[in-house]
Design a protein around this ligand. Structure first.
Ligand SMILES: NC(=O)c1ccc[n+]([C@@H]2O[C@H](COP(=O)([O-])OP(=O)(O)OC[C@H]3O[C@@H](n4cnc5c(N)ncnc54)[C@H](OP(=O)(O)O)[C@@H]3O)[C@@H](O)[C@H]2O)c1
Length: 296
């Protein structure tokens, strides 16, 4: 198989390559990485890895790659919004490899600043002449490399409280990065898996229940500090205006905390045996990693 992957150096990409190493240690994979990407995480794997340096949002990078190779599969993990660029380049090259794309359940959000771009990328994907599989994870967790939960755990561990904007009753269903890596491998190894799948975690919790679970697993008190929704929204808007990207909390985050983010993964369970771990097990594993790394 001639496989090209983007996002190989990221959390999901590196775990996926580890899973592939266990299943097919002799596989050859071509990684499209940025000039500053830290390849050390994946270089130690037994796989035969080849690198092209470039950006997956740039047509020239795809065009030069496609002029050198006939691709069998593209696994695009870097960013759903790059899909139209990839499809244009494939059309020019008249190549129709299988596409495995990581999207996001953020496409369903009323408040995500990119949800329209995601919708557009998804509808472009539906016009693809070849076969594709789109996997939409919910919030990804699992280690100090995740974007969300490790920060919450660290804050709770250090300060013994966490702000809850509004009622804290909105639903969440975070997914463990290892479960996603396993799902990605199942999809790669089964060419009959096509279409779109939501990949959520094994447990649905409210934000308050999430904090209670973190308290239980850290074995120290974590008090919810309730902040009225409008006050939180106003403060985040102000902080963003003053501090820009350095603001500790964004307006969009507060808005999205009022949305339920639980999605069924029944279709993935039925079609490729997707069985995500429970949040309690996954968080206990993450806390163990954070302790081992000296982060908490
Ligand atoms: N984090 C979440 O909660 C979440 C939820 C749903 C969906 N997703 C999606 O899941 C995918 C993987 O997530 P992750 O947590 O593994 O992300 P990650 O750890 O941040 O890794 C992102 C990877 O994509 C690469 N990348 C980013 N922009 C690129 C570009 N323009 N050109 C080439 N490579 C680029 C990064 O390269 P460098 O090493 O150079 O940075 C890195 O290897 C992403 O598409 C993300 O949007 C994430």
């Amino acid at each position: 198989m001639s496989i090209v992957i983007t996002g190989a150096t990221g959390l999901m990409g590196s775990l996926f390559l580890e899973a592939l190493t266990r299943e097919q240690p002799k596989a050859e994979v071509h990684c499209l990485v940025r000039p500053d990407s830290d390849r050390s995480i994946i270089n130690s794997l037994a796989l035969k890895l080849y690198y092209s340096v470039g950006d997956s949002s740039t047509p020239q990078n795809w065009e030069s790659l496609l002029s050198e190779k006939t691709l069998n599969t593209i696994i695009h993990l870097a960013q759903l919004r790059h899909v139209p660029v990839i499809l244009d380049s494939l059309k020019k090259a008249q190549q129709w490899p299988r596409l495995i794309i990581i999207g996001t359940t953020g496409v369903y959000s009323q408040y995500n600043q990119y949800s329209q771009d995601y919708e557009q990328a998804e509808s472009t994907l539906q016009t693809y002449r070849g076969s594709y599989c789109l996997l939409r994870p919910t919030m990804i967790y699992g280690s100090h490399r995740d974007k969300n939960l490790h920060k919450l755990i660290k804050f709770c561990d250090r300060y013994g409280f966490f702000p809850v904007f509004g009622s804290g009753n909105c639903l969440l269903q975070p997914v463990h990065a290892d479960d996603l890596a396993k799902a990605l491998l199942s999809v790669l190894l089964n060419p009959n898996i096509k279409g779109s799948y939501d990949l959520s975690g094994g447990t649905v919790v409210t934000f308050r229940e999430l904090l209670a679970l973190v308290e239980k697993l850290l074995e120290k008190p974590v008090r919810p500090l309730y902040v009225p929704y409008n006050l939180g929204l106003g403060a985040a808007t102000f902080a963003e205006k003053i501090l820009g990207a350095r603001s500790p909390v964004r307006r969009e985050q507060i808005l999205r905390l009022q949305e339920d983010k639980a999605y069924s993964h029944e279709a993935a369970q039925r079609d490729f045996g997707y069985e995500p771990r429970s949040l309690e097990i996954g968080l206990a594993q993450e806390i163990e990693i954070l302790r081992a790394e000296g982060i908490i």
